[in-house]
Ligand binder design. Structure first.
Ligand code: PLP
Length: 439
């Protein structure tokens, strides 16, 4: 066998070579078709091979592809920052461009800390997150993440940031039932702040709908409104990690719109360029920038490829494609259809415990016992076996295993927002056959 040089996620696994993509389908070099039921890593929101995006990429490449951020700005970069501000809740954000979701959340953490430093409040340097969370793979982002499997190997290198209860109503970590719970999970933040002291806390970070760390977990009504109030009362900035939920995915341009909450900082990635090129951003509210503008006037972070003009041009083209084809409302209506089909499928499968999510960010949680919600034993690999079987049959779905303290089985179904109802039926048919063959 030919020697391999690319380090892939699993080194003893054979990865097919992809040849091209069109719409919701990917084709490997053997001609096999795959329905992209999870937009890769919930990224390819507008589908593959869209000519408008390739044209925008080429047009910018013919002008200039790269300039360094400390020497020049560019028209696509400025336009993109303005566009994101126009779209974001409250319309008053600055953009710090980076290249991945991990960099976006880590930059948000740094800006939050700097915001307080500029006011002489040097002790405010911890970030609180939730027990079930994933905010990225770099060490700062991982320090803010509860994802047990991804943290485990690096624990000695991570900051010991505090975590609070997850709003996970299917298995409430506080043993309560919504709505009788009075949002005890949100109040857990207030309790933690009291214990630690708000003078030590810069920010609280949360995903509007939890993705990889549990599978499309939607919070109970009123949760984020309560969280925002607690943050304000305690002078703590609220960072919304919209890396997975942002840019139309949940049936709103930003998932925070569902709750009517304006975050102090927003991390964006994935759907921002729909996978056509790497770009991500940290959005920062005017009033969070204020002390920095009055103070040092410089944010101590950045990357060589930050605000890359070609990536910015691609992202602008993706945003106008989303508007032109009304993909925000498509995410809502098609998401409802997909949810209906998944629920119908689940009725006939005993090992499905929960079908949940919002818009086109949906998930299925598998259980050994529907009544007790007992998870499958750790090590049985239910999630990976279902994903593998679906892959063999030509369907891609995304893992959200490890939901329950590193155990638990769930998959995310989040196809491109351009998927048709016929394609959804095809997706659900393959998924049902795959699940039935495994459990
Ligand atoms: N935040 C969330 C909510 C994510 O889902 C992810 C990736 O899955 C990240 C951050 C990290 O993004 P990236 O993989 O682009 O670094």
């Amino acid at each position: 066998m030919k020697r391999e040089h690319v380090i892939k996620p699993v080194l003893n696994h054979h990865y097919p070579t992809i040849a091209y993509g069109k719409g919701v389908f990917l084709y490997d070099d053997q001609g096999k078709a795959y329905i992209d039921g999870c937009s890769g890593a919930v990224t390819a929101g507008i589908g593959h091979g869209v000519p408008d995006i390739v044209d925008a990429m080429l047009e910018q490449a013919n002008k200039v592809s790269f300039v360094y951020r400390s020497q020049f700005t560019s028209e696509p970069g400025e336009k993109l920052a303005e566009k994101l501000s126009d779209l974001a809740p409250g319309n008053d954000y600055w953009s710090f461009f980076v290249n991945s979701g991990s960099e976006a959340t880590e930059t948000a953490m740094k800006i939050a800390i700097q915001h307080w430093q500029e006011q002489g409040r040097h002790g405010k340097n911890k970030v609180i997150s939730r027990r079930m969370s994933y905010h990225g793979i770099t060490l700062g982002a991982l320090s803010m993440s509860g994802h047990v499997l991804r943290r485990r190997r690096f624990i000695p290198l991570l900051e010991d940031f505090p975590v609070v209860a997850t709003p996970y109503c299917y298995r409430c970590p506080l043993g309560k039932t919504s709505p009788n719970c009075q949002l005890a999970c949100a109040d857990d933040l207030a309790t933690a702040i009291k214990r630690i002291g708000s003078e030590h806390i810069a920010a609280f970070i949360a995903e509007p709908i939890i993705g990889a760390a549990g599978g499309a977990i939607v919070p109970p009504n009123g949760y984020f409104q309560r969280i925002k109030a607690i943050c304000e009362q305690n002078e703590i900035l609220f960072i919304a990690d919209e890396v997975m939920t942002g840019i139309a995915r949940t049936g709103a341009m930003f998932a925070m719109e569902h709750y009517g909450v304006e975050p102090d900082l927003i991390a964006l990635g994935k759907g921002m360029s729909a996978g056509y090129t790497p770009i991500a951003a940290t959005l920062v509210k005017d009033r969070v920038m204020e002390p920095i503008l009055k103070g040092s006037k410089s944010i101590m972070s950045g990357h060589t490829y930050s605000a890359n003009p070609q990536s910015a041009a691609v992202s602008l083209a993706v945003l106008s494609y989303i508007e032109k084809h009304q993909l925000v409302s498509a995410a809502e209506s098609k998401g409802q259809y997909l949810m209906g089909q998944l629920q119908q499928m689940a009725d006939g499968i005993l090992s499905i415990g929960d079908v949940r999510g919002q818009g086109m960010l949906l998930a299925i949680e598998f259980v050994a016992d529907q009544t007790t919600k007992r998870p499958f034993p750790f090590g049985l690999g239910v999630t990976s076996r279902i994903i593998e079987r679906a892959f063999q049959k030509g369907l891609l779905v995304y893992p959200a295993a490890g939901a329950v303290d590193g155990e638990g089985d769930a998959i995310i179904i989040a196809p491109p927002l351009v998927i048709t109802e016929e394609e959804i039926d095809q997706l659900v048919g393959i998924l049902e056959a795959s699940i039935q063959e495994v459990i």
